[in-house]
Design a protein around this ligand. Sequence first.
Ligand code: NDP
Length: 247
Amino acid sequence: MTGSSRSIGRGIACRLATDGALVGVHYSSNSQAAAEVVDTIEHAGGRAFAFGAELGVDGDAERFWTEFDEQRAKYSGPDETGLDIIVNNVGVALRDHFEEATSEDFDKMFAVNVRAPFFIIQQGLDRLRPGARVINISSIVTRLALTDVIVYGTTKGALDTFTLILAKALGSRGITVNSVAPGFIDTDSNAEWLRVDKQAWSDTAAQSAFGRVGEPEDVADVVAFLATDEARWITGQVIDVSGGTRL
Ligand code: NDP
């Protein structure tokens, strides 16, 4: 799964490993963080290996699968080639109002948030076993109209549309495709404005029906459910995992 060395991705990786999956812990440059996740999973009796590939750059999907295949072969031998679950978690959110948005930021966010998952799945299709699960991590920004993240919100809208169409395309193989849309979660990517500012923290918490900021585990548990056989009849959906934000 992409971006599983920190934050939400780390939570999902640990949860899927607890459920028995062999997890490919993907990172961009911080191999140390990925190694720590692998250690944590193995300490708890699970199975995982790390692999690195920057997304959002030319040739990213090819490199992603090359690294994945190489590291998995080292872990479980060359005969193990199938895949049961792909989680597209990596996403970048640069703050942009409409008037200030640049084509560089636009291209970067679309390359990481939309192009990378699109081609990772396209190039991973042969690996997906019948009944596999594709889970794309979206965001509640598609329904909140936050004007300071207009490009980011647009990328997540595109990702949800990709989810919808891909669900139809892969249905005949019994593969489900869903988006999970978190609300505000306490992660590294929010650290600068959320963790350091008590007012921002309490304002954000107050937006949830439960009066708290989300944790990576709140998202991981829902991803884990979608990965089970019990979720076989859910496909093409966007599942809101925001603790009832702004209901
Ligand atoms: P983080 O930025 O905290 O996650 C970092 C992880 O992604 C690390 O594993 C990091 O690897 C990897 N990563 C980041 N950029 C790249 C890249 N260009 N190529 C490859 N790997 C990369 O993200 P969050 O946990 O906050 O968010 C995860 C997903 O959830 C995103 O899609 C985000 O849009 C979505 N989301 C997040 C919300 C939140 O409140 N945090 C709310 C709603 C949605 P390394 O350590 O090597 O850099």
